[in-house]
Write a protein that binds this ligand. Structure first.
Ligand code: FAD
Length: 369
């Protein structure tokens, strides 16, 4: 059954860290992190279609792309990599706490010097007698300032490799630097690694498997991160329809002006198309089929749709849509972020073209492999 999230703790336009965490924990308690995951670790043992429904509902109630992003970074960045690549010990140790939301996770790929081009990362790992030593810096990492565990990608002998690190590890700091003024319902920050010592049991997956693991994590993230945001778009559309029925201009309701009603029709079409793409991704994932092309198409379409609909909503609301701290204005900023996180719109186009056998074969976040 889809939870109704009706008791989600309230927050203003700029939630503090305690509010961010309490909303995440509430969403987790309602089962927001349990879909499409096996029951032995606390999952529901159901599929991605149920996940889409629950996340959509959470987005509609919360109207908070930041909260949606926090859940998705946690799920695709930490939970699924541990499930798919962890050994028995790692699954048993990490999954129950992560799936219950007792631990907050995420993944750290981006660095000050590289974002789209993952292969250009300069974070380094070396082997020592007890495990690994990591050095480098990560930036714009969702959940980082509040995280218990992050999956951190670094190059070992020139090959991208994944590690599990906590803020309590010696030489590791999860910081606020690089905080973003978008998706404010999540905390975004940095990771600093200075001779960070990790024991051998913190290696996640095989040495050198990191690039593939990133592709898999991003494939899932691109497919489903807009499920919650579709719920936000539903609320946005409902608000605009309401306003167009109440506000009058030229002796009639705004919606009677075709220029306004056509804008609303476009918003509805975009939202329904996003829903169709989400359901298609869920269908493919539940059938165990590859998502590479469909998830890139979904992310590209949904990110652009969210931005255009957010601009349309502000236009229909007139100056009231630009009031300081107004929800619709904040969504424009969040929608700009939506074109960047999980790989930018340009990178999705590179990937789609590469999968069709044309365009530049791109080696970074857009890799077709
Ligand atoms: C809200 C938010 C949350 C984020 N959370 C995380 C996280 O949890 N973990 C994490 O690792 N990262 C995270 N990121 C970082 C995100 O993945 C990067 O912003 C994204 O990959 C783009 O990298 P960049 O910002 O360095 O831009 P750049 O790579 O410097 O790109 C700048 C511009 O150039 C374009 N461009 C770059 N290369 C190409 C190309 N080959 N072809 C065409 N155009 C190109 C891009 O599309 C973009 O428009 C987050 C970002 C945001 C905004």
């Amino acid at each position: 059954m889809t939870p109704d999230f009706s008791e989600l703790p309230a927050c203003g336009a700029r939630p503090d860290e305690a509010q961010i965490l309490s909303r995440f924990h509430y969403a987790a308690r309602q089962g927001g992190l349990r879909h499409a995951l096996p029951t032995p670790y606390g999952g529901y043992g159901d599929g991605f279609a149920a996940l889409v429904q629950t996340h959509r509902r959470l987005g509609e109630v919360s109207r908070d792309p930041g909260l949606v992003l926090a859940l998705n970074a946690h799920l695709w960045g930490a939970v699924f990599p541990v499930l798919l690549y962890g050994d028995d010990f790692q699954r048993e140790h990490f999954l129950p706490g992560l799936i219950a939301g007792d631990w907050l996770g995420g993944h750290a790929i981006t660095e000050p010097g590289c974002g789209s081009d993952v292969q250009a990362m300069s974070c380094r790992a070396e082997v020592n007698s007890q495990g690994y030593v990591l050095n480098g810096e990560k930036r714009y990492i969702t959940n980082s300032p509040l995280a218990d565990w992050l999956v951190i990608y670094a190059k070992l002998d020139g090959k991208i490799t994944a590690f599990l690190a906590s803020a309590e590890d010696r030489g590791c700091r999860f910081g606020h630097e690089g905080a973003l003024d978008a998706c404010r319902g999540s905390a975004t920050g940095s990771v600093f690694l200075q001779d960070c010592h990790l024991k051998t049991d913190r290696l996640l997956g095989k040495i050198g498997a990191g690039a593939q693991m990133i592709q898999k994590a991003l494939e899932l993230e691109r497919a489903f991160v807009f499920a919650g945001i579709a719920g936000v778009m539903q609320w946005q559309l409902d608000e605009v329809v309401k306003h167009s029925r109440e506000r009058r201009s030229g002796g009639v309701h705004l919606g009677k002006h075709q220029a306004v009603s056509h804008r609303i029709a476009d918003m509805k079409l975009r939202l329904d198309t996003v829903d169709l793409w989400l359901n298609e991704c869920a269908r493919l994932a539940d059938a165990g089929q590859r998502l590479t092309l469909a998830s890139a198409q979904t992310k590209l379409y949904a990110a652009e749709a969210f931005l255009q609909s957010s601009l349309d909503a502000v236009q229909i609301l007139g100056a009231s849509g630009l009031e300081t701290g107004g929800s619709m204005l904040v969504l424009v900023q969040d929608a700009l972020a939506g074109r960047l996180f999980s790989g930018s719109s340009e990178v999705q186009k590179n990937l789609i073209a590469a999968l069709l056998g044309t365009g530049d074969a791109y080696r970074g976040r857009g890799s077709a492999s």
